[in-house]
Ligand binder design. Structure first.
Ligand code: NOJ
Length: 550
């Protein structure tokens, strides 16, 4: 795009609430613990809804809360239509949805269709039936290679480390067939070519839609169908090395689109009843992300995460290239990519920007604030990961505290994702920082570092300059601009190191990527800044917003 040219996304209408929504990712285990067992739960989340209302989010995406042995913290689902007792009950869930809606907060569930838990009754039935049983068809079972079938059926490696095949002990007590798992052995993959699997998930969608949910985040959405599992790969470790989808036989198979078209029809049926879309947002990463727009056709997913900014270093050109491309390409697809800077799967934003450049923690936080304000100024939906509104750093945890299966599966080579999942600090000066009630029976499931004391919600609420207040104000302004921020923007390439753009007649946003102050691209005092500077200037690593009066 040339300087001065105007680009942007299609204008939203009210039915399409998701087009401009700020969706807050609730990592339930770590949000708020009401019963004192050290693990966040639905009653805790209900208690925290006012906080989210005050922050001003439009929706929450709730990490999996279904019954699960928690071998991958809920991404191993044993029952898709119930609530894990650790988190509460279906009544708690219904109450949550009702209360969230009363606050005008929509609720998006996390659906895990690629795999289940090995404790899922159908997998248990498949094991019990033995090799000839019909239920094995719902999964991917195969005979092993070599004498006695003792070697895995193929050489593929899992994204979490180790073989994708696990051998079972058959009902006769002897080692027998092997089953396929893209992630851990505790997460057997469903066989999506089997119509029963399709029908079952259609029912799961309807079950939750009937309970009033506003949509689904689809886990590992580029997977589901697989190529020939029995054929050896030339590069079997490609997923394991990349840590993201890279194996073309395991991800991005064309059949998956038909499933999402059928899900879209289900969602659209519900949307027709009350005029409010039921969102489908896909987690599509790795090489599949290259073709992510093919998932965003008018009859498929509404949204997919854009992971590129999340992976990008603090660099003006990188940000500019990614944003420019997405805005331009966005014009051609019905659905939207959602700006994403953090999640429960990656190092915390504030730490990432510090580590990348070997900068100090303060610089990391300054950049995190600036990046957040930058994406909140862009047209399109934004996902905000729990705790990033507080500027939480990645927690450094001792080996003994680590629970992520990645740590175990890689023999400690990869430390895993626990550091960004540590329970939120709400109040006080010492753990559990109000995360659990004062009479709690157990400490938080991951230890909170002492430095969380400086980041509590309580402190940040009363500090005008805090990261929390910054987000609250930004969300309020974004909302008040509403339709005036109509998705058309113009780059203002006037100052080196500064990424600046203007929404016609509404908002000008400028980010200084440099370590020194830079001239602001327009006169006047900004209404919102991540770091103060004399009028006419931008502080190092900062973003400012100027809002036009009408
Ligand atoms: C992606 C989820 O975000 C991650 O946390 C999980 O481990 C894998 N999918 C497997 O479900």
């Amino acid at each position: 795009m040339l300087h001065g040219e105007t680009v942007g996304l299609a204008r939203r209408n009210d039915a399409e609430w998701w087009r401009e929504a700020v969706i807050y990712q609730v990592y339930l285990r770590s949000f708020c613990d009401a019963d004192g067992d050290g693990i966040g739960d639905l009653p805790g989340l209900r208690a925290g809804l006012r906080y989210l209302g005050e922050l001003g989010v439009d929706a929450i995406w709730l990490s999996p809360c279904f019954p699960s042995p928690q071998r991958d913290h809920g991404y191993d689902v044993a029952d898709y239509t119930s609530i894990d007792a650790t988190y509460g009950t279906l009544d708690d869930f219904d109450a949550l949805v009702g209360e969230a809606h009363a606050l005008e907060i929509k609720v998006v569930l996390d659906l895990v269709p690629n795999h289940c838990s090995m404790e899922h009754p159908l997998f248990q039935q498949a094991l019990a039936e033995g090799p000839a049983g019909p239920t094995r068809e719902l999964f991917h079972f195969a005979e092993g290679r070599g004498p006695g079938g003792g070697r895995p059926p193929s050489n593929w490696r899992s994204i979490f480390g180790g073989s994708v095949w696990e051998r079972v002990i058959e009902p006769d007590g002897e080692p027998g067939q092997w089953y396929f798992h893209l992630f851990t052995a505790a997460q057997p993959d469903w066989n999506w070519t089997n119509p029963r699997v399709r029908a079952m998930f259609a029912d799961v969608l309807r079950f939750w839609l009937d309970r009033g949910v506003d949509g689904f985040r689809i886990d590992a959405a580029g997977a589901l169908f697989k190529g020939d599992l029995l054929c050896d790969l030339e590069d079997p470790g490609v997923d394991e090395r990349a840590h993201v989808p890279a194996n073309p036989l395991a991800w991005g198979r064309p059949e998956v689109h038909d499933v999402y078209r059928s899900w879209r029809r289900i969602c659209d049926d519900y949307a027709r009843e009350d005029g409010s879309d039921r969102l489908l947002v896909g987690e599509i990463s790795g090489f599949v992300a290259r073709d992510v727009r093919t998932f965003l056709r008018a009859d498929e997913l509404h949204e997919a995460f854009l992971f590129e900014l999340l992976e990008a270093p603090w660099n003006r050109e990188r940000f500019r290239v990614i944003i420019e491309r997405e805005l331009r390409d966005g014009l051609a697809s019905a659905g939207s990519l959602a700006w994403t800077l953090g999640s429960h799967d990656c190092v915390r934003l504030a730490t990432r920007y510090g580590i990348d450049a070997n900068e100090t923690a303060e610089v990391g936080v300054a950049r995190a604030r600036a990046a957040s304000l930058l994406v909140l100024a862009l047209p399109g939906p934004v996902f905000l990961y729990q705790g990033d509104e507080l500027g939480l750093p990645e927690a450094e945890l001792p080996d003994s505290a680590l629970t992520d299966p990645i740590f175990e599966h890689t023999g400690g080579e990869r430390r895993g994702r626990d550091g960004c999942r540590v329970p939120l600090p709400w109040s006080g000066d010492a753990a559990p920082f109000g995360f659990s009630p004062p009479t709690h029976a157990r400490p938080p499931w991951l230890p909170q570092p002492e430095l969380f004391a400086a980041h509590t919600v309580e402190r940040q609420r009363s500090d005008h300059a805090s990261t929390w207040q910054l987000h609250r104000r930004a969300l309020a302004m974004r909302r008040s601009l509403g339709a005036r921020r109509d998705g058309r923007l113009r780059w203002l390439d006037v100052v080196p190191d500064v990424l600046a753009f203007r929404h016609e007649e509404t908002l000008t946003c400028a980010t200084n990527f440099a370590s020194e102050p830079r001239r602001a691209p327009r006169p006047g005092t900004p209404q919102l800044t991540t770091a103060s500077a004399p009028t006419g200037w931008l502080a190092p690593h900062s973003t400012a917003w100027w809002i036009e009066e009408v």
